[in-house]
Design a protein around this ligand. Structure first.
Ligand code: DHB
Length: 393
């Protein structure tokens, strides 16, 4: 069957935040791209994810000219509360490391990026199907897809980028002998809700308790985001609003907090795992974001890591396309250094705050000892603040 054949510099599989930010940065460097996604734009806009941006993520959005809505509609947070052992302990990020974070949901980051692509005339196709990539080690690797109108396309590029998320098809194109995959599973998940209520706290509360972890986050003055540790097989249908509120109140109540309740408009169980595929390059295919690595949500590193990947990738791709052969391998090395720091940070936050199903009293007391060490030591809380606000690249 006939295909429309086109050429471009960079073909991008996956038009979530990583793919769109990459396309935006490439265009600023005079590099053409085509980005595709199997999801419709509306579907991505309605997938709720984390809401905390590191300061370099905020800078990337504003200074590269995507939008300054993150500053206007987002909320600057200069600290977080670690709640454990019966009380709250504020970690003052700004005093400790001179940096803050911005509460601004991933869905809004996506909307800003998609709007910027439309504004700047970027070639982005949502709702495509039958996606495949081929000729990865040839000079002209190919991206094939059928567009939303049913027309088949073949894009010949110089480089392919797989920014196609945790269910990436691109990462499976690495021959087994060339790749390693690193996994860590956790015996729990998060139950996430959105509710119509006023904020219960000005800053985020990361709450440890004998009943398990809870995270109190916000969205706006009238909409709140909260999570509590649950069994990975939990069915949202078993959780009435009353049952959810009782569980959340019990967990934060153990540390002296009372939540303002409201009607719950979204309930989801979020998967929880750590994953890395190395290397992030095979021939003329490179991976970015969740396609190459997944972190558990504690600490909200996923989106920030994806944005950090593509900032480095845009720099190195520009050098590669100008003939510097080693630039793509350098991307993979630079990105992986940060990825493994973030893997450790997310793992550490997770294991410090969650209750293992078979935890003994010793284990719970030891966690309280660890949390006490963190908040009472300048070194401990500075380490937390550095990781939370993001490392320089
Ligand atoms: C949010 C999610 C996180 O995983 C986190 O660590 C902080 C905030 C959020 O959705 O607001």
């Amino acid at each position: 069957m006939n295909r429309i054949t086109t050429t471009t510099d960079v073909a991008i599989v996956g038009a979530g935040p990583a793919g769109l930010m990459l396309a935006h940065l490439l265009q600023r460097a005079g590099i053409a791209s085509v980005a595709i996604d199997v999801r419709a734009r509306g579907e991505i806009e309605n997938t709720h994810r984390a809401g905390i941006l590191e300061q370099d993520s905020v800078r990337l959005l504003t200074e590269s000219g995507v939008s300054d809505r993150v500053l206007r509609d987002g909320y600057r947070h200069a600290g977080i509360d670690l709640a454990f052992g019966g009380g709250g302990h504020r970690v003052d990020l700004e005093t400790l490391v001179g940096a803050t974070v911005q509460l601004y949901p991933q869905t809004d980051v996506f909307i800003d990026l998609a709007d910027a692509r439309a504004r700047d005339g970027g070639d982005v196709r949502f709702g495509v199907s039958e996606v495949s990539v081929a000729d990865l080690t040839a000079d002209r690797p190919l991206m094939r897809f059928t567009d939303a109108a049913g027309v088949r396309h073949e894009v010949a590029a110089r480089i392919l980028v797989g920014s196609d998320g945790s269910r990436s098809i691109c990462r499976h194109e690495f021959p087994d002998a060339t790749r390693r995959q690193f996994f860590r599973e956790y015996p729990f998940a998060w139950f996430g809700i959105l509710c119509e209520a006023p904020p219960s706290s000005e800053e985020l509360i990361y709450s440890h308790s004998e009943r398990g972890f809870a995270l109190i986050s916000q969205r706006t003055d009238t909409l709140q985001r909260m999570y509590f540790q649950c069994d990975p097989t939990e069915d949202v249908a078993d959780w009435s609003d009353d049952r959810i509120w009782a569980e959340l109140q019990a967990r934060v109540g153990a540390n002296g907090y009372v939540l303002k309740e409201g009607s719950i408009i979204s309930k989801t169980v979020l998967p929880f795992r750590s994953f890395v595929q190395e290397p992030m390059r095979h021939g003329n295919l490179v991976l970015a974001g969740d396609a190459a690595h997944t972190v558990p949500p504690t600490g909200a590193k996923g989106l920030n890591l994806a944005l950090a990947d593509v900032r480095v990738l845009a720099e190195e791709l520009e050098l590669h396309l100008r003939g510097e052969e080693v630039a793509l391998d350098r991307y993979a090395e630079r990105a992986l250094r940060r990825v493994w720091k973030a893997q450790h940070f997310s793992y550490w936050m997770t294991t410090m705050l969650h209750r293992l199903p078979d935890a003994s009293d010793f284990d719970v007391r030891r966690q309280v000892g660890e949390l006490t060490s963190v908040v009472s030591s300048a070194a401990g809380s500075t380490y937390l603040a550095e990781g939370y606000t993001g490392w320089p690249s």
